[in-house]
Design a binder for this molecule. Sequence first.
Ligand SMILES: Cc1cc2nc3c(=O)[nH]c(=O)nc-3n(C[C@H](O)[C@H](O)[C@H](O)COP(=O)(O)OP(=O)(O)OC[C@H]3O[C@@H](n4cnc5c(N)ncnc54)[C@H](O)[C@@H]3O)c2cc1C
Length: 302
Amino acid sequence: MHLASLARELQQGLQGEVLINEPLARHTTWRIGGPADLLARPATGEEFDFCLDFARQKGLPLHIMGNGSNLLVRDGGVRGLVVQTRAWRQVVVREQGIKACAGALIARVLAIAVRHGLGGLEFAAGIPATIGGAVVMNAGTPEGCLGDIVRGVEIVAPDGSRRYLEGQDITFSYRSTSLRRMGTVVAVDLAMTARDPRLIQERVQANLERRRARQPLEWPNAGSVFKNPPGYYAGQLIEEVGAKGWRAGQAQVSTKHANFIINLGRATAADVLELIARIQEAVAGSFGINLELEVEVWGEGL
Ligand SMILES: Cc1cc2nc3c(=O)[nH]c(=O)nc-3n(C[C@H](O)[C@H](O)[C@H](O)COP(=O)(O)OP(=O)(O)OC[C@H]3O[C@@H](n4cnc5c(N)ncnc54)[C@H](O)[C@@H]3O)c2cc1C
């Protein structure tokens, strides 16, 4: 079916926008990425379900996008339907906890946590993720990760049914969870701890300042490009092969933090992939270590 008629049909079920051939560079923190055939921005749980049903019925490849902060979308873009969760971001405070819809940004959840004196998520200050994306990736820092505080997760299973998974039924590992196989995250229940709001705010502030000092936040980026191999820091290995400052087109290995690749303005995914390949080759050559990607690559080349 023609994209325009698919978009019209999908739009009938949504208040949120449906866009055709939408450049995903507008939606990723790297500001890189070719077009999505269709991009939908559901604003409620019902609209989200409608999008998932629509993709299933029409046989469209489905891609769930949070804040696009861990994605490298190739320059030829993505076929099928991208469902962006960000417009669907309700947060409810519960006793000793918070329930957040998938699209709520960590920054927003944290602001609400501070207001209500609920601690436990401070480690995540500065991670520019939606709560859905953060839980699926088990995002974290050396101080903690989402898996530490997830009480439960509401998902839509691949057959379209909704299920509630208890935290203990989900396997959380380094930047990965069993949720990927189980379905799409609809909402997350976080177990929080009563804490002095001033203390929470201080911790949040300290973490934000540490990031500003160490990370090239003045340029578009996607956080750490590679996972830390067991026993090593990827950034240190990359620095030791002399890769800081390497460039391919408009992409550059950050001189501030070697595990970040920054977009100097008009970088393409091909530029970033070229740097990735050069770094992997150099690190394998010098240390015999294969650096695995932390960022996820979507779509097709030109
Ligand atoms: C400046 C910067 C700093 C960062 N610092 C950290 C850090 O300290 N620690 C860390 O772990 N990461 C960090 N990241 C990486 C990134 O923020 C995390 O990986 C985050 O979890 C991605 O969330 P997102 O909402 O942007 O997801 P996206 O990048 O949009 O998607 C990531 C993956 O999650 C899937 N997904 C998203 N939402 C859902 C959903 N509702 N249901 C099912 N699947 C879903 C997507 O399909 C995709 O596979 C950083 C990134 C940046 C740009």
